[in-house]
Design a protein around this ligand. Structure first.
Ligand SMILES: [Zn+2]
Length: 201
């Protein structure tokens, strides 16, 4: 099992953030619980984060956010999960033999909303690291980065589980469309409480 903690950064998660995702504040606590669970149970976790430069192309699509080095780019739960941590830079290259190890936290930076724009992560995917792996996805935004994660992992043959009370979307219409799309793809849906019970019993 691998947790995908998508873009849970100050600029998206906190109402005063540069690109606040409506409703994100109400899932903060749940996301914190999942990250604590990962630490307690040694679940490999990939936390993605936008790490932009002021002139990144993504700012033609979205307002400026998560400028690397600014407070808004920091992860909301910067200290979680309590696991051995690896930082993967936005410019990291695909690495032969790379793998996702249990009990390890990978913080993967990116300059485009699709996490697989990070070549280290794309390389792992191409090498089959996520094939048949149960991937549990939460974070923001349902209709953009979470969706890119779902589509990218589905194409890689992963088994997907969305934590429905630990996600939030930018706009209701596109968020509902994304959720319908996930269901049509056969993506599993769970709640944080169900997952915590399952991993704790
Ligand atoms: Zn971004």
């Amino acid at each position: 099992m691998i947790f995908f903690d998508i873009d849970t950064q100050i600029d998206f998660m906190v109402p005063s953030g540069a690109l606040y995702v409506p409703g994100a504040e109400s899932v903060q606590a749940t996301i914190g619980q999942l990250l604590e669970l990962a630490g307690r149970k040694g679940v490999a976790t990939i936390s993605t984060r936008c790490a932009h430069t002021p002139d990144d192309v993504e700012f033609s699509m979205f307002p400026p956010h998560c400028i690397e080095g600014s407070p808004g780019a920091a992860r909301l739960f910067a200290a979680l999960p309590l696991l051995k941590r690896h930082e993967i830079g936005a410019d990291a290259e695909a690495k032969e033999g790379a793998q996702i190890l249990p009990g390890t936290h990978y913080v993967v930076s990116k300059r485009v909303f699709d996490l697989f724009s990070n070549q280290w992560l794309a390389g792992l995917r191409e090498a089959g690291a996520f094939r048949d792996e149960e991937c549990v996805i939460f974070g923001v935004a349902t209709d953009y980065c979470v969706r890119a994660c779902v589509l990218g992992l589905a194409a890689a043959g992963a088994r997907l589980l969305i934590v429905t009370d630990a996600i939030a979307g930018v706009a209701p219409a596109t968020t509902n469309e994304a959720l319908s799309e996930f269901r049509a793809m056969g993506v599993g849906m769970t709640t944080a409480a169900e997952l915590i019970t399952r991993l704790t019993d």
